[in-house]
Design a protein around this ligand. Structure first.
Ligand code: OOB
Length: 552
């Protein structure tokens, strides 16, 4: 029996659910069932590549089924939550598919997350297990997972990939080939929660976004069609595969639902990525703007790697500068597809056959005819055709609320169920969206979303700070980086290095750490007495324009 999770889940209305089913967007089946149908038809086709490891669809399905059986043998039950923090290796795919098959619900944490974020996610979801790499990029994930398991009574199982030590469960064994008869598995149904994605951070620590089997399957299928995927597609997962972009827009799941081949790569660093594209004849991949820029720089330096197989480079997560966008096709020889998406649902894409000007200067339009988008002013009134406004959305793959977050839901969703994305957009005459700014207190560090509130709270906690305000400072590579303005208590002292060291000690992901500290006597306030972030952003932007933002 699959135990559906119902508490804390905000469903779509009856009427909408019926509409989405009638339109065929919701197929009413589990992602596992959809994927296994593809696997049955593509048995001998390569499904997954990670270095020297190559699995056909038949092998991937058999391994994932065996892993599913082993998860159940451990005592995990359908509906139980498993915190998954794995880098881009074959384990990630096998374990995720095993979860989708059995109804164990993975929470897709990023490899960069640390104690603060992981403890929060485990507690909020009441996770019964955690899957981590042993040591990754010099960080001992197994030690941290053990520490969390000691502190949190629900967190019973620690699964470790690539060298499990003392007492933990070896994920290499869990994900190894089948032995004996395949386990008997009951399929979850289409409306059950398939997985949790993490919010890019608006206020506070990441919120959980429950995605059902049928909405997420549609997300992956629809974006696969819009990106021109087919059975011949070879997709390179170079961004973290646990992020919505590389997971299902169309990413790993869209590729597998199309019968193509997924290539896992641990880092998007240009030399390795280019060698992999050439070796595996990659046709599609997805990157953030800063990575696109590094790839183009490598080409300009004359790197002779054969990228001729590359058809589509998706760029998203943050706004790519128009000038940079225009250089993609000349330098990389492929079509650019801009993707403006969010873990909360709505995916906008430029179309592969759009005129170059649309591709290079807009962030595209909703991928599904079921997507509803409105641009409104601060009072919620629709804006005129040429005006910019706050983007609201709802649709067949945009959930109606965060999981277990009533208070935030009251702010983030309108009573009619529109999600307030916090993005400020305008629509071009031909109907494409241009992202012009945002009305949410995050810093978009090259696609990594940093909650200003978390940075400020930590600053109060770890330093003698009387007042703190985190704002975005402009950066030529990442678009934005974190700058912290702080007023210290009398007699206190603080520098950037010690602030970063103390925040790291507190267990926060490295990308959240401020990269500039501006000590001041006073922080500007608005007329109602709130911190004037606009003034601070302008102040740091002036420093940047004057070339005064070198190491500080
Ligand atoms: C993707 O998802 P998240 O959840 O990490 O972040 C969503 C936010 C958006 O609300 C927007 O503020 C920003 O990231 N964003 C963009 C953008 N793509 C995302 N801002 C400007 N231009 C773009 N192209 O970032 C995400 C999820 C699925 C696919 C692609 C990106």
């Amino acid at each position: 029996m699959v135990r559906p999770i119902t508490d804390g889940f905000v469903p779509w209305s009856q009427e909408e659910s019926e509409r989405y089913r009638r339109a065929g967007w919701w197929a009413g089946r589990s992602l596992g069932d959809e994927l296994w149908d593809v696997a049955a038809n593509r048995a001998e086709h390569p499904a997954l590549v990670d270095g020297d490891i190559r699995l056909t669809y038949a092998e991937l399905a058999a391994r994932s089924d065996a892993a599913a059986g082993r998860l159940l043998d451990l005592g995990l039950e359908p509906g139980d939550r498993l915190l998954v923090q794995l880098p881009n290796t074959w384990h990630f795919v096998v374990l995720s598919l095993a979860c989708l098959r059995t109804g164990v619900v993975p929470i897709m944490a990023l490899p960069a997350h640390r104690e603060l974020e992981l403890a929060h996610l485990a507690q909020l979801s009441e996770a019964r297990g955690i899957a981590v790499p042993s040591v990754w990029r010099g960080f001992d994930h197994q030690a941290l997972a053990g520490k969390l398991a000691d502190a949190l009574p629900d967190l019973e199982h620690v699964l470790v990939a690539g060298g499990a030590r003392d007492g933990s469960i070896d994920l290499d064994v869990v994900c190894a080939g089948p032995e004996g008869r395949p386990p008997e598995l009951a399929s979850p149904s289409g409306g059950d929660i398939a997985l949790f994605l993490l919010s890019g951070g608006t206020t506070g620590l990441p919120k959980l976004i429950s995605r059902t089997h049928q909405d997420y399957a549609y997300n992956a299928r629809c974006s696969a069609v819009t990106s021109g995927m087919s059975g011949d597609t070879v997709y390179l997962a170079a961004l973290p595969a646990s992020h919505n972009f590389a997971l299902a827009c169309p990413g790993v799941l869209g590729t597998l639902l199309s019968g193509g081949t997924v290539v896992m790569l641990a880092s998007p660093e240009p030399a390795g990525a280019f060698a992999t594209i050439a070796r595996e004849h990659v046709t599609h991949t997805a990157v953030v703007p800063a990575v696109a820029q590094r790839w183009m720089e490598r080409r300009e330096q004359g790197a002779g790697d054969d990228l001729s197989s590359l058809e589509v480079l998706q760029v998203g997560g943050a706004r790519i500068a128009d000038e940079l966008a225009r250089r993609v096709t000349p330098l990389l020889g492929c079509t650019l597809q801009q993707v403006f998406g969010m873990a909360e649902g709505l995916i906008n894409m430029t179309r592969l056959d759009d005129p170059p000007d649309v591709i290079c200067s807009t962030q595209g339009r909703p991928m599904s005819p079921g997507d509803e988008v409105r641009l409104v002013d601060i009072e919620g009134r629709g804006v005129g055709p040429d005006e910019s406004g706050l983007l609201l959305t709802r649709g067949p793959y945009t959930p109606r609320g965060y999981y277990r977050a009533e208070e935030q839901n009251a702010r983030a969703f309108t009573p009619e169920g529109w999600y307030r994305s916090g993005d400020v957009c305008r629509t071009t005459p031909e109907g494409n969206l241009v992202v012009e700014g945002r009305d949410k207190d995050i810093i978009n560090r090259g696609g990594e979303k940093v909650s200003a509130e978390v940075v400020e709270n930590l600053a109060y906690q770890v330093a003698d700070v009387r007042e703190a305000a985190a704002v975005a400072m402009p950066d030529p590579v990442l678009g934005e980086r974190v700058c912290l303005y702080a007023v210290l208590r009398p007699g206190a002292s603080l520098d950037l290095t010690s602030l970063r060291a103390r925040m790291t000690e507190a267990g926060v992901a490295a990308y959240m750490l401020p990269e500039r500290l501006e000590l001041c006597d006073e922080i500007p306030k608005t007329q109602v007495g709130k911190i004037d972030k606009k003034a601070l952003r302008e102040r740091v932007a002036r420093l940047a324009a004057a070339g005064e933002l070198s190491a500080h």
